[in-house]
Design a protein around this ligand. Sequence first.
Ligand code: CU
Ligand code: ZN
Length: 194
Amino acid sequence: MKSCNKLFILSLVVLAFSVIHVEAQPKKFPGKMKRPPMVTQAIAVLHPTAGNNVHGVVKFIQTPKGVRVIADVEGLTPGKHGFHIHEFGDCSSPDGKSAGGHFNPTNQPHGSPDAPKHHMGDLGNLEADANGKAHLDRVYPFLRLMGPMGIIGRGVIIHSGEDDLKSQPTGNAGKRVACGVIGIAKGQSPKMMK
Ligand code: CU
Ligand code: ZN
């Protein structure tokens, strides 16, 4: 009889703890969370692939009209260089090929970002001056930072040559000279959207 009582008390204690545990869970998320946290700024730091000296920073800012992309890159040869978002945020291979192909979740052909059809990762070209520096600042209406087709976590690749904006599947832009991963920018604490 005694051991039976002990068992009963033990079960009550276990039950009480599990109830407390279950009830404690929702309290970690105060208020009504109807949407996931929003991030409006992202950044990719570009590092050179093996044998190159191309480096830079690309900032991504979500605006109502799309994503504003601000790129500052140096160490390039003068002229145009293919500039794309690739499928994977993986710059681990010395040639940058670990980043995969162009980010293309909608299964489109390669093209100009201004054409009706193009990969979602087709950002056109960067144009380097005589000192090998390139600056770009433009809005891409089709890009999104977050959501099912969001670019955070994907890769940014700069190529050795010009993207001709028509050759399949990559625009014949040559080797990959720099690679970076798109991450959440500093100061972007998660905010609950109402
Ligand atoms: Cu590319
Ligand atoms: Zn493409």
